[in-house]
Design a protein around this ligand. Structure first.
Ligand code: C2E
Ligand code: CA
Ligand code: CA
Length: 635
């Protein structure tokens, strides 16, 4: 007679767990879904284990057919658990793509063979059979197949040990532990067949899994009723893997920090919590997340749904919040929403774009982030990646734009204008990546690379004697570096380049932001290099900067040239140029595109001219050819 008591306890336990897991709203990710399947199959296996134990004990009272059907079902369910478990483990490692290999296909192929063998058992008696006395026996290949199933469990344990680096340590320890537990209990069961304990061990391991891996509460944000940021990232990953287009509505509480400061953190927290409830209510059963202190996201899968959510939200906000009995104030939110989004490179890109979208529109309460904006953000991400890669591989493209001496008409100078190159994006212009490089600090690696490349060019090429100087743009961040002078002088020394060959261009903003710049400039100038003030006239043409810092050259922005059809501006331009020259400063007028403009510059005796009329910025090879032919034409 089988002892059913252990398995009955297991069955009750499993039922409670399964009920809880189906009753609670769980987050619909893959691991939760598979865990549900594991629970259902475990409960069915456990029940069948008990029922078959009973029908085997009383085999004479039940028909042989029923006994065969029940036992076949038992093996079909119980022996599919290792395979589903393996799948579950792969999902947990977050390396699903990696495991999409031949072994995986072989495993499921074998699973089908195993199922067919189980189904054939009533006729072939491979797994189990009943003899003429209706006594239950294991079949000829029972042991072999049981061992293979154990093997698969053990492989799952190895997968966790070797590929589960991304998982929390407790999970990496617990999973091999309960696999060991199952193997151990099954071994005991094998030795003492009448001690039914499979169901009990299934329930114990399911419970352990529940505690360490599958607790539905771990997906929630504790303050509000929404899912957490971590859950959002997981969800995003699923959407990206499935390549499923979706829309988001971002709800961002207005001026949370002001609320915190004015009314205290407690009120701030209350506002966040109430907003969370309202977002949840307005979400129309779509998934909602709190991804940052005061930012909520609703994910929808149709524009219709999104609009419903937006309409619900509009009716919920602003809302009155009571500060005390006599005073209430309005709490409001910004709402940014998108059209369909998909085609993300990876979860990182998707998340960054969402974060950027939140920042986009602080002034308006309701803003559509359209496809164009998303594409721009995507491109920015691509450029960011390209920038990092280009710096790491020292693969930047230096272009030089000739600068012509107005008097002699000879190219005496050139300006360094940097570009990046990518097969997909083509040549990327500095306006697109310099601001990014300044923002993420990469400019501090980029500028030295540019200076090196220019020095290398100067030292490795024979350039005409009349060609005297190359200018290099410095950014604000470069100028904030107190060791800028050492950095520059070291590179010059390394390539054995005469410092007087280099001019450094800085803009007016730099002058106001980097107070120590004067000393740095003086140190570099002492070695022989010179300085140019860039983009003069594009902002506030601050003469103060011109006088305070030891500049040698002033570069007049092309904006100023564009005003020259107005006589008053022309007079002013002439006056400014006279003033600069009388201060012993040389001038470069930028953006000369027509002979007319060149004539104006000649009239006011501008020292140098730079612009498309003479040449666009050229790659180093093209520049070398250009300057040599230009020189031979002149001489
Ligand atoms: P910038 O220093 O004012 O450089 C002049 C820009 O005007 C260049 O654009 C040049 O190609 C363009 N330009 C020259 N002649 C003409 C013309 O006749 N007509 C018109 N419409 N444009 C003309 P580019 O190469 O796209 O550079 C843009 C800006 O990027 C530069 O403005 C500079 O601020 C920055 N930049 C370029 N290279 C570097 C660099 O190596 N380091 C840093 N920090 N900034 C750089
Ligand atoms: Ca410049
Ligand atoms: Ca300029």
């Amino acid at each position: 007679m089988y002892n059913l008591s252990y398995d009955l306890v297991g069955l009750i336990f499993l039922s409670i767990l399964t009920f809880y897991f189906f009753w609670r709203p769980i987050f619909p990710n893959l691991s939760n879904k598979i865990y549900r399947v594991i629970l259902v199959i475990s409960i069915i296996s456990c029940a069948l284990n008990i029922i078959t134990a009973h029908t085997i004990d009383y085999s004479t009272q039940y028909s042989l057919t029923l006994n065969y059907i029940l036992n076949t079902l038992l093996f079909l369910f119980a022996w599919s658990l290792p395979y589903i478990f393996y799948e579950y483990i792969i999902v947990l490692t977050k390396k699903k793509k990696y495991f999409d290999n031949k072994f995986h296909k072989f495993l499921w192929g074998y699973y089908i063979v195993q199922s067919l063998i189980i189904l054939s058992t009533p006729f072939t008696h491979f797994i189990i059979y009943f003899d003429e006395n209706l006594t239950y026996h294991h079949g000829s290949i029972y042991l072999m197949m049981a061992l293979i199933n154990f093997g698969i469990l053990c492989i799952s344990a190895f997968v966790i040990i070797f590929y589960g680096q991304k998982m929390p340590t407790i999970q990496r320890i617990v999973i091999p532990f309960y696999i060991l537990l199952i193997v151990l209990f099954d071994f005991i069961q094998f030795i003492h067949p009448y001690l039914l304990i499979n169901g009990l061990v299934l329930s114990i391991s399911a419970f352990l899994m529940f505690l360490t891996l599958q607790n539905p509460l771990s997906y929630y944000d504790t303050l509000t009723v929404n899912y957490s940021r971590k859950t959002f990232l997981e969800y995003l990953e699923i959407l990206i893997i499935q390549d499923r287009p979706f829309q988001i509505v971002i709800v961002d509480i207005c001026s949370t920090s002001t609320i915190n400061k004015t009314f205290g953190e407690k009120i701030g927290t209350e506002i966040i919590s109430r907003t969370g409830q309202k977002v949840k209510w307005a979400s129309n059963h779509n998934q909602t997340f709190r991804i940052d202190g005061d930012v909520f996201i609703v994910v929808t899968f149709s524009i219709d749904e999104r609009d419903k959510v937006l309409n619900n939200l509009k009716s919920e906000f602003p809302f009155k919040h009571e500060y005390n009995e006599s005073f209430t104030f309005d709490a409001n939110v910004h709402m940014n929403y998108t059209d369909s989004m998909n085609d993300f490179e990876d979860i990182d890109e998707a998340y960054q774009i969402i974060i950027e979208s939140i920042k986009l529109s602080k002034d308006e309460n309701l803003t559509l982030i359209n496809k164009g904006t998303v594409n721009t953000l995507k491109k920015t991400r691509k450029i960011e990646t390209l920038l990092k890669k280009s710096i790491d591989n020292h693969d930047i493209r230096i272009f030089l734009q000739p600068i012509v001496n107005t008097q002699s008409n000879i190219i005496t100078n050139a300006e360094t204008l940097v570009r990046l190159y990518d097969d997909e994006l083509g040549l990327v212009l500095p306006d697109q990546f310099i601001p990014l490089a300044e923002k993420d600090g990469n400019i501090t690696k980029l500028t030295p690379l540019i200076i090196e490349e220019v020095c290398k060019y100067i030292s490795e090429n024979r350039l005409p004697k009349s060609f005297k100087k190359i200018s290099i743009n410095l950014s604000v961040i470069d100028c904030l570096n107190p060791d800028l002078d050492k950095l520059i002088l070291n590179i010059l020394e390394k390539y054995n380049v005469d410092p007087s060959f280099l001019i450094f261009e800085v803009t007016e903003t730099v002058a106001s932001l980097a107070p120590q710049l004067k000393d740095t400039m003086l140190n570099i100038k002492a070695a022989g290099s010179t300085f140019a003030l860039d983009d003069f006239g594009s902002g506030y043409a601050n003469l103060d900067t011109v006088i305070k810092l030891p500049f040698d050259i002033i570069k007049i922005d092309r904006q100023l040239l564009l005003l020259m059809d107005n006589d008053q501006y022309k007079t002013m331009f002439s006056g400014i140029m006279d003033t600069l020259h009388s201060l012993n400063l040389e001038t470069v007028v930028e953006g000369i595109e027509t002979e007319l403009q060149a004539g104006i510059v000649r009239d006011v005796k501008g020292t140098y001219q730079q612009g498309y009329l003479y040449s666009k910025p050229l790659s180093l090879d093209d520049f070398t050819k250009f300057i040599n032919s230009y020189d031979s034409v002149r001489s």
